[in-house]
Design a binder for this molecule. Sequence first.
Ligand SMILES: [Zn+2]
Length: 494
Amino acid sequence: MKKVILFLIDSMMPDVLERCIAAKKAPGLQFLMERSQYIPDCVTVFPTMTASIDCSLITGVYPDVHKIPGLVWYDTETQQMINYINGAIPVQKMGITSCASNVLFDLNERHLSKNVKTIHEVLEENNLVSGSINVIAHRGHKKHKVHMPPMLDALTSFQLREKVSGPTLMSMGTLVRPQLFRSVTWDMSQTVLKGYGINDAYAIDLLIEVIRSGKQPHFTLVYLPENDHKLHKSPHDAVSHLADVDRELVRFLDSFSSWEQMLERNVCILISDHGQTVIGEGEEHNISLNHLLSGFSIHALGKAVTQDVDVVICNNERMSYLYAKDANTLHKIVEAVTVDERIDLIAWRENEKVIVRRGGSTESLHFWRDGIYPDAYGATWGIEGDVSVLDVHFDGEQLHFDTYPDAFSRLYGALFSQSGDVVVITAAKGYEILSESAPTHLGGGSHGSLHKQDSLIPLLIAGAAHQFNLPARLIDVKDFILRELGIAAVPDQR
Ligand SMILES: [Zn+2]
């Protein structure tokens, strides 16, 4: 049986991939593309942020089922803000101990729903070996010790005595190292400047080493983060950033006696997590929530959420969750954000229904599950109101989404990922949401929204026995891989 390797390339976009290959700057990607089922419009998860997407990739479900709402969210039960590390300043304010523990331990062991199984869990229950290289969502049946770097340890008094779980082969940079890789000499790629080994070169080094050792798992998921960091800073150099990723992929291909040999032995899948949208340069491209919500008592980062707090803001770049103190406050917040046309979508829950509006308009669309209108993915929906709010069309047989791919399931996925009175807002094209200490990218790239620019990702499948079903979604990759490895899909766990 062939092994399966899945490369997750952060912020790889279909048009950039195609331009990079056309410009002959990506021989590795070109080799794979020419032997692939290429899907340029695979739909990712909303919010279009790595944390919620990674969880969907390994569980095959949207956040309403796996329960990781985003990169930054508020746990209404423990009254704590959860940040899987987005920017240095919020980390300073919330405390590195809390953020590091959120990302290293809580995400996998506490927050990720126990009612779903990760691909690693399913594979290892079926006596196959699974591997995860530098992916923050990695829950599995094996326990691994965390090695905090001495610097970080001293700085924070952070001591993670608990072990983290993962598949048999498990890496989180230099913090969790697979056994066979512990003897490797220390180099630049493992320093704090390079994210403690959470970088492309280290991930590829490790993958090559694992294959050479003869201990390659049946399935290995490899995360390559650097394209995202570079795009945030200089989105106009997108082709050259992806060419850098290609150089790493070529190192991997060159580790075989021929590139063809790699495909004889492996199914090689490449996917992205989300796209990016270029943000305008002027200050007005930051939508200030402090300004829009000036009539409310806004929670201050790092402080307790006391009785007098009206709203807790959890900023996910081009998307935010606004947690209201009660239903009455929620409606006032909706009215306050509706006045701004730079806000693209405003959505909230009313019992089992989702209500959506656009900034600058009071027209609304209501939708709910199990109605009479089928979508292309097998779900059915009830609809009331103005369908143009989400650019939805019904052709007499099926619902079609264009501007907001798989809009109903994905908005539903975000709003029903937790309980409480929460409003979801997204920024219009070219804009980003500004709140206390959130990282901003004026003149740079950003993501998080439901719009197709942030939401459509390329999917390349080379050397597989099966065809991927269309229309493609990131949440369907898990079952595809299980099928390639001879395991029937696990029945729906909802
Ligand atoms: Zn990013």
